[in-house]
Design a protein around this ligand. Structure first.
Ligand code: FAD
Length: 669
């Protein structure tokens, strides 16, 4: 504010000096206004610019400005000599996306690709046409603009397993610095744990500014069940905790807001919004990616990439674009008349997701998040002025628990179920937006929730953490605008239905704790359509019910998986380079070889942080044996380990890891 006043005052004084007259009385005000808006351009949190005049060639082209793409655009443009084009099919995020309680209103909006799976008999039977709705962000910031902002790193064993699968450099100890690199942990108690948390990063992680009395009760109930209250992003995962959120002062902190807005004035970054990439250009002879084809306005255009094309279009669109460009299962793409550049049978396979089913408990007290009660003018003003109040609630999700069913080895600290504990459920908005977002039929809603619409409840969503079922996707057409065909294959592996069923039973036991009974908790046990012939509380009934209202948690991943060359299903190597094509990487959720045990946005951001560093400094990171980012703030002098001049804080090597060119010494940042 002081800065604005200074600029305005200077403008007025300047005008007075220039004119020395009062004839053009409006000029000072006019100049002051201009100055004010000029200041606005330099506001670090201001919106990014949609570049109108694109160059014909860049060093890097990033396809997709989502969770991963935003991070990459930031980190690669830290090298001033590198020009980067970030292409995003959607536009900038609207203000409404900032408001945590309204996130479900973004589903099925123009910010959503609105994908739906093919009809399959194993799950989503309560949905329209028995098709699950797979919301994906079509907006700068990608799915981080529509998500519920839950910040969960996953289990250390997930990453150790990635390395055991042949992906060197992806163990927990390897990836932990990259989680911390982005993080600005605002909870001082959590931030004290410096091994696991960091402050000062681009991505704000904070506690919810507001909660219902149910939150502490959830924790208490967990303790009653024998679990500890702990930081689930800390040393151990098993236990109960208040959620940590990617939120800033009660507003959503999408990756676009976190990573792109602060660097919006970098001259070496162009962002092209409303631009749909239709193909990666790959030289048939050299098999090198050299650019992209895209549609902007209604015009087909191309841009060339002298160093690399990076595919960050997410789990559905990254494999789709690979196949459209000739990289994928040869027979399938040939059948569609697409010339094969590289036969990569794993493209579109290994599709993983987390699913849950809602378990609902009625309570006696008006303390839950009934939308028509808590969203009103008072709460809106409280939110606007203070960044506080019920509107900061992430649709009621307050507490997370990582628990073990009888199928998990409790001593492993590798739980098999996550409880998402919420002060709301499907009925809490009067059968409007949640029903629409999940795509459940009106009939199912009316039968199951009709008689408890807008009543006070709490919800438990037991989510299976490491499903064994694998889905796949394939092209429906060679036309890039036609959506790929999505086969979820949920619950096709018998272990998955067994774990989820036990998760549901544990959720019911949770509702029976003293801590929850204090609120008069009682299970909403109306039998669901399709399972009425089965006896309530039997395994058969729960298995049937899970297959009706099968909720995706929107963690699609794994469709261009990372793996060693000996794995025929691997699409990228441990440096995320596409096998069989040079100058092309995939960096997003699709590279996960196995889904992480938790919500996956934080791991995707980590993947992008690490992916960017691999391109910037692959060799120095490995050779120094020390995470690169820890060198920030080191004094400008010789880097003793490599005998390279470390200028300022960071050194990078202009190395193309593919051709092993001799490293050239880099730049200060
Ligand atoms: C509704 C919802 C709730 C979720 N809740 C959570 C949560 O609470 N916590 C959590 O950890 N995770 C959550 N997730 C998951 C998490 O947000 C995603 O896994 C993560 O954002 C995926 O990142 P990505 O970079 O792989 O893809 P995205 O973020 O989806 O980015 C892909 C980008 O590429 C663009 N794109 C695609 N194709 C093209 C093309 N042809 N041309 C140009 N651009 C293209 C897209 O428009 C998009 O912006 C949620 C996801 C959703 C959808």
């Amino acid at each position: 504010m002081a800065g604005v006043l200074a600029i305005v005052t200077t403008a007025i004084k300047g005008a007075a000096v220039l004119l020395g007259t009062t004839k053009l009385w409006f000029l000072p005000t006019f100049l002051a206004t201009l100055a004010y808006y000029h200041y606005d351009l330099f506001d670090p949190e201001n919106r990014v610019v949609n570049e109108k005049n694109l160059r014909s060639e860049y060093d890097f082209i990033i396809i997709g400005g989502g969770s991963a793409g935003s991070v990459l655009a930031n980190r690669l443009t830290e090298i001033p000599q590198w020009n980067v084009l970030l292409i995003e099919a959607g536009g900038d995020e609207p203000e409404i996306a900032d408001v945590p309680i309204l996130s479900l209103y973004l589903h099925k909006s123009k910010l959503d690709w609105k994908y739906r799976t093919q009809t399959q008999p194993t799950a989503c039977q309560a949905m329209e046409d028995k098709r699950c709705c797979w919301t994906r962000g079509k907006v700068l910031g990608g799915s981080s603009v529509l998500n519920t902002m839950l910040y969960i790193r996953g289990n250390r064993r997930d990453f150790d397993q990635w390395e055991e699968l042949g992906n060197k450099g992806w163990s927990y100890e390897d990836v932990l610095p990259y989680f911390k690199k982005s993080q600005d942990q605002r909870n001082p108690y959590l931030a004290k744990n410096k091994r696991h948390h960091a402050t000062g990063g681009y991505l704000t992680v904070q506690d919810s500014p507001w909660g219902t009395p149910l939150g502490p009760a959830f924790i208490q109930a967990g303790v009653e069940m024998g679990y500890e209250h702990k930081d689930i992003n800390g040393d151990e995962q098993t236990g109960f905790a208040f959620y940590q959120y990617t939120m800033r002062r009660g507003y959503r902190c999408s990756t676009a807001k976190a990573f792109l807005r602060p660097i919006r004035l970098r001259k070496n970054l162009h962002i092209a919004m409303w631009t749909h990439v239709t193909k990666i250009l790959i030289d048939k002879e050299t098999k090198r990616a050299y650019g992209v084809e895209f549609i902007r306005g209604s015009k087909k255009q191309t841009a060339l990439a002298s160093k690399e094309v990076i595919l960050s279009a997410g789990t559905i669109n990254s494999p789709q674009l690979l196949m459209l460009s000739g990289v994928g299962p040869a027979q399938h793409i040939q059948e569609l008349g697409i010339p094969v550049i590289h036969d990569s049978p794993g493209v579109g396979q290994n599709l993983m997701d987390h699913i849950a089913t809602p378990v609902v408990f009625l309570i006696d007290h008006p303390i839950s998040l009934v939308i028509e009660r808590v969203v009103n003018l008072n709460t809106a003003l409280r939110y606007a002025y203070l960044g506080d109040g019920p509107l900061t609630s992430s649709v009621g999700l307050e507490v997370v628990a990582f628990i073990n069913t009888k199928y998990a080895n409790a001593s492993d600290d590798w739980p098999d179920i996550e409880f998402m504990l919420s002060a709301s459920s499907t009925n809490s908005d009067g059968g409007t937006q949640v029903r629409k977002a999940h795509g459940i039929t009106q009939n199912y809603y009316d039968e199951v929730f009709g008689n408890i619409t807008n009543l006070d409840v709490f919800g438990i969503f037991p989510m299976i953490l490491r499903p064994k079922s694998r889905g796949y996707l394939k092209l429906g057409s060679r036309d890039p605008m036609v959506y790929p065909l999505l086969y979820h294959n949920y619950l096709t592996h018998p272990a998955d239905i067994a774990v989820l069923r036990e998760g549901v039973k544990t959720a019911i036991a949770f509702g029976e704790t003293m801590a929850m009974k204090r609120f008069g908790a009682r299970l909403h046990s109306t039998k669901v359509p399709g399972c009425k012939h089965l006896e309530l509380y039997t395994d058969e009934y729960w298995e049937c019910a899970i297959r009706q209202y099968t909720m995706t948690i929107y963690h699609m991943s794994g469709t261009a998986k990372m793996g060693p060359i000996t794995d025929p299903g691997a699409v990228v190597d441990a440096e995320l380079r596409v096998y069989g094509v040079q100058g092309l990487r995939v960096i997003d959720a699709s590279i996960m070889p196995a889904i992480t045990s938790g919500n996956i946005n934080a791991p995707v951001i980590m993947i992008a942080e690490k992916g960017a560093d691999m391109r910037k400094c692959a060799r120095i990171c490995v050779e120094s044996g020390k995470p690169f980012w820890e060198d920030t703030l080191s004094t400008p002098n010789q880097d003793s380990r490599l005998n390279l001049p470390a200028i300022g804080s960071l050194v990078y090597l202009e190395s193309n890891a593919l051709d092993n060119a001799a490293p050239k010494v880099g730049y200060s940042l």
